[in-house]
Design a protein around this ligand. Structure first.
Ligand SMILES: [Zn+2]
Length: 75
């Protein structure tokens, strides 16, 4: 599980909680997701949705800018 107080792995600086934007579909703003397995094409939807999916949260180091991603279950 992600610890929001996690220090930067590169420089040990403080991190700030955030998330990356998935901008694949026009101007719709969606949070980036992690999907289990290999990408499988679906006839209508582009890619098939696997059963196991997690929303991705990102910690950004406020000193050096390094990003650490965590795939957390949806709340
Ligand atoms: Zn850093």
């Amino acid at each position: 599980m992600m610890n929001p107080k996690q220090k930067c792995m590169i420089c040990g600086g403080p991190t700030q909680l955030g998330f990356s934007l998935d901008r694949g579909e026009g101007d719709r703003r969606r949070q980036e997701e992690w999907w289990a397995g290999k990408p499988t094409k679906s006839f209508m939807m582009g890619l098939k949705k696997p059963r196991e999916r997690y929303m991705i949260v990102t910690l950004r180091c406020t000193r050096c800018g390094f990003l650490m991603k965590f795939a957390n279950p949806e709340e």
